[in-house]
Design a protein around this ligand. Structure first.
Ligand code: SF4
Length: 297
């Protein structure tokens, strides 16, 4: 570890604790900017605007006190991009040590339970939790993307197969638009709107969902180089916001503040569309380590 990253395993665990503190208590700048932008578009003095104000105050207080932005600190997910020479078992050990410490500091609520018994696991370590995805890379950089994925918004995610006869959705981007909008209408504010969508098109049941979750790693202000997907992303936000669902479903102009779409190639027999919904508490942070220097974004 020290030869490659410039820090030892305890240093790596400490760096992960800080990453968890940041992801739990500080919304990313792009999310705060989006919430402010859409707050200003709401009717002055309306319930929708007051709700957006409350969300922003909540986020600021969490940041000031290093407290969780939401009581549901969610499924803890890490995507770890690492150079050749690091052992996954050593990285996993450092992460698990950090999760226990972060739970003790109340950056995370004791949130994980035994699926079959419902008993709390107290330290947030369980089978498949935290959710770790390791990606070996050719470069020398070590980068981790951390997301805390709340349960309420996860519950309103959806997956469709095209064609979808009831929705008159065929196997093209118009069909994709119809099913994505159906997911927004079905959520109707549940999962703590406003939020952002990750959309995974193609692949199989698993990979379409993985692509949709990967899309939530993108900066809200970025633009996909594929013009058709860019048009789709803009259309989804604009159309969703014309439905009047609004913050928390109270009515208003802001149901979504972002949508990001990506594609996985497929086999001819299948055409999947997966929609992952991320609530306003869009907790995403990254950490990079190079030659012993740890930076967070
Ligand atoms: S959906 Fe998001 S904001 Fe709502 S309770 Fe869950 S984590 Fe919190």
């Amino acid at each position: 570890m020290r030869e490659i990253l410039g820090i030892d395993e305890q240093g790596l665990a400490d760096a992960f604790v800080e990453l968890v503190r940041l992801v739990s208590s500080r919304l990313p700048d792009d999310v705060v900017a989006a919430l402010k932008k859409y707050r200003d578009l709401e009717e002055p003095g309306s319930r929708a605007q007051r709700t957006m104000d409350t969300l922003l105050v909540n986020a600021a207080k969490a940041e000031d006190g290093s407290r969780p932005i939401c009581q549901d600190t969610g499924t803890v997910t890490f995507d770890i991009y690492y150079p050749f020479g690091l052992r996954e078992s050593a990285m996993k050990a450092a992460i698990e040590k950090a999760i226990v410490v972060a739970t003790g500091h109340h950056y995370l609520r004791p949130n994980v339970v035994d699926t079959l018994t419902g008993d709390s696991l107290e330290d947030n370590l369980g089978k498949g939790h935290p959710s770790l995805k390791f990606h070996q890379t050719d470069g020398g950089e070590f980068k981790v993307v951390a997301v805390l994925k709340g349960g309420g918004c996860e519950n309103v995610g959806a997956q469709y197969t095209l064609p979808n006869t009831p929705l008159k959705a065929g196997r093209d981007l118009n069909g994709v638009k119809k099913v994505v909008l159906d997911a927004v209408v079905k959520a109707s504010g549940k999962g703590c709107a406003p939020g952002a969508l990750g959309i995974g098109i193609g692949g199989d049941r698993a990979t379409s969902y993985l692509k949709s979750k990967e899309m939530l790693h993108r900066d809200l202000a970025d633009t996909t180089p594929n013009p058709d997907l860019a048009e789709l992303e803009d259309w989804v936000v604009e159309k969703a916001n014309s439905l009047g669902i609004g913050p928390m479903g109270f009515g208003g102009r802001t149901t979504l503040f972002g949508a990001k779409a990506g594609v996985v190639d497929r086999i001819p027999a299948s055409y999947y569309v997966a929609v992952t919904y991320m609530c306003w508490a869009y907790r995403r942070r990254s950490m990079t380590i190079k030659k012993g220097e740890v930076t967070y974004a």
